[in-house]
Design a protein around this ligand. Sequence first.
Ligand SMILES: [Fe+2]
Ligand SMILES: [Fe+2]
Length: 194
Amino acid sequence: MGELPSRQDAWALLCEWVQQDPLRRHCLAVEAAMRGQARLHRGDEELWGITGLLHDLDYERHPDLETGHPRIAMEELRSRRYPEEMIRAIGSHADYLGISRETDMERSLAAVDELSGFVLAVARVRPDGIHGLTPKSVKKKLREASFAAAVNRQDVASTAAALGIDFDEHVRNVIAALEPEAQALGVDGQRGEG
Ligand SMILES: [Fe+2]
Ligand SMILES: [Fe+2]
């Protein structure tokens, strides 16, 4: 069993590999969502959070899904002797690697990855940002195919279903986990201005 890095070391590693703000922000969002999931599932919050933070570590440098992401990240984290649970979970978030999702942490990572990005996209077009955002508004935008069209709706639905939780509740949990980080995630709405 490897050793979990500190939050500070994990963030430094991410900043070394990822230069672009949108991807850093995505990683921060998935971290926050995973910390929320850990609290719900009584998981190890640091392990789940840092797994979320590092899940796309190699995506900027190695975006090629045939040979790159997330294989290179898995190798890097393995060479650093990070926990195997973290490395397996990161592998399992990429459908095409065929690593089955066996644990709550693995199912949670898949279920918050796309959804957290979608929630932020919805929050960004609201005057109040993420504050007051409801599952109902998120679902309305999910039905609008042209909105954040890159987000795979099927994937959002099936990964949430695999968690075995009501969809609205899952969306509510993700919103609640992201809201305290509103400022860092750029979804503080009018409160962030002036
Ligand atoms: Fe990814
Ligand atoms: Fe991701």
